[in-house]
Design a protein around this ligand. Sequence first.
Ligand code: HEC
Ligand code: HEC
Ligand code: HEC
Ligand code: HEC
Ligand code: HEC
Length: 543
Amino acid sequence: MRRTLTLAALLVLWISPVAIAAQPADPPPEQPVPQMFVTADRCTPCHNGLVTPDGSDVSIGADWQVSIMAHSAKDPYWRASVRREALAHPEARQEIQHECAACHMPMSRYRAKARGGTGRIFEHFEAGPQAPLASRLANEGVACTMCHQISPEGLGTEESFTGGFEVDRSEPLGQRPIYGPFEVDAGRRRLMRSASEFEPEQGQHVQGSELCASCHTLYTHTLGPGGEVVGELPEQMPYLEWRHSAYRETRSCQSCHMPALDDPMPLTGVLGLEREGFSRHVFRGGNFFMLRMLNRFRDDIGVDASSAGLMESHRRTAEHLRSSSARLRLEEAAVEGGRLGVDVVVENLAGHKLPTAYPSRRAWLHVVIRDADGSVVFESGALEADGSIAGNDNDADPARYEPHHQRIETPDQVQIYEAIMVDPNDEVTTGLLAAIRFVKDNRILPRGFDKATAHEDIAVQGAAGADGDFTASRDRVRYQVEVSDDAGPFEVEAELIYQPIAFRWAHNLRQQEAPEIERFISYYEAMSEVSSEILARTSGTVR
Ligand code: HEC
Ligand code: HEC
Ligand code: HEC
Ligand code: HEC
Ligand code: HEC
């Protein structure tokens, strides 16, 4: 009873014209639009409490709440990054908020746009649980009524990219559809509508990669002096990479990132039917580091998700990385005439480049060779405690970067799989809105990806383009180092290490000063020793 009253009271607030008028800087709406979104606490009472017979909790709300997408607006790295862009391009401060909110604060931004206004970001930063609905929706990030209201219209087309999804703008609460994969009977539809004001409706488009592509295909505007748009950067392209790979025919984004249960499971804790193909809302990806950061600085950041839940999500992400992203092996190993030669072969198992998406992600080879006494005779790619890579030019000097290598002969050469951006003056940058193109993109290609026919937005850039050993799903790197023949046998150990937020990307934020930037860099420095995870390792003896 108490809950019903609270819901009713909130509802009055949401739809009342007073609440709408309380956002003074919006231009008068050309057309009034209904309230389109609600917070997840309207959905989770029924879609939680789901436990498999063997006792694992697969609750939809609980899984979502500890995912990265539920934190897209509170993410301290994102906040620092938006602040940096707004300070670096002050004339475009408003446009930047509109642009960066599209996917990270999608619900408040979509509604503002539908009403003829623009997306806001900074005013939501200090908002607490008592804040107006727009702020609470903003801070929920990518939530239930966002994904489940995206209409099939235009999905997969260019218009749908960069947050260009469509949501119905005409129906009021009470008549709004929530799309899902199943057919739901009239009684259960009514039940959900009466409690949540949304009605489940079958829409198979939710199972297509094109739904994810609307936010996971990102073209960023390059800003010149005075904030004018001078170009466009294909910043995040996992969907287009996937579409150019063998997975296009076999695996959707959902099939890897929302793994389906083998056994039937009801969708709700109340009156559920056993359903085949229940997909978990874990959205496991690569950013174990941010999940850990959210937990460690939870009070400071204002995180609601439980500590145990976030650490479970961290564990799941690290486990996914170790089991499903890459394989390594050694080939052609020999010692001859004072030289040890060995090929390290890396294989990408993901459905897109490895790494993919946000350009701060990098993976690299750490190779150590020891002699018969166990003394290190060669090492390339060691991780330092501050999160930098020994021998990497870009970590040492922001103006330079490590090229793609076919052959590694000295410890200051490191094979790093990454995307390096430059501005219109060809200077290396990590400024998202300063960048106009990539000068290096040797992220490992997925299976079936033909680099010769790839569209320029997903093309290999730099020396990897001409490297015949850099092909679909793999790279082969020759290590050739001087050794004394009689010091063997030698032990070769190779690791592929992954770091979601590279050293340079964190530290370059300092080019601007703001509390969000200071805060994030202090978190990064406190945690740099746990900023990476080993994706794969192998070793062998060379005589
Ligand atoms: C089209 C949707 C979209 C838009 C628009 C967008 N982002 Fe993102 N952003 C994403 C996605 C998706 C990821 C996660 C990708 C990944 O994990 O590699 C992300 C990740 C990030 C991260 C890394 C967060 C972390 O914890 O590692 C930062 C920083 C960021 N975005 C900043 C921005 C800024 C600044 C803007 C505006 C200039 C912006 N984003 C606009 C979709 C978007
Ligand atoms: C990032 C987008 C996204 C978010 C956020 C999201 N869902 Fe889903 N949901 C999906 C997709 C995609 C499917 C279908 C998966 C498939 O079958 O391939 C789905 C499926 C479902 C199903 C059917 C059962 C199942 O898991 O297969 C229910 C019920 C559901 N979602 C409820 C919710 C609720 C409640 C929330 C908020 C707590 C939520 N969803 C948040 C994308 C999302
Ligand atoms: C009163 C309980 C209740 C609430 C609250 C509730 N739902 Fe549901 N939901 C149901 C029931 C019952 C079904 C149908 C289950 C079935 O047929 O197996 C359902 C089905 C779904 C489906 C699957 C639809 C399909 O066609 O595949 C989605 C998605 C969904 N709900 C999302 C939401 C979202 C989002 C919210 C919050 C706005 C919400 N639910 C609130 C009870 C509820
Ligand atoms: C409304 C926009 C939106 C939609 C739709 C969307 N995403 Fe996301 N997704 C984001 C944003 C924004 C982030 C990054 C949040 C951050 O890092 O702060 C993200 C992050 C992720 C991550 C975590 C990446 C990491 O580095 O760990 C995964 C996995 C993911 N999304 C999968 C999906 C899948 C699968 C779908 C389709 C079912 C989907 N997303 C649909 C906006 C969206
Ligand atoms: C065959 C399984 C598979 C498919 C299909 C797949 N992914 Fe992934 N994805 C992975 C694995 C494994 C990782 C972790 C390794 C990595 O970071 O690339 C990952 C990581 C990610 C990340 C985080 C990447 C990072 O390094 O920040 C995002 C974002 C993402 N996937 C989005 C998508 C989208 C969008 C699609 C559909 C177009 C998709 N994935 C299809 C397996 C898959």
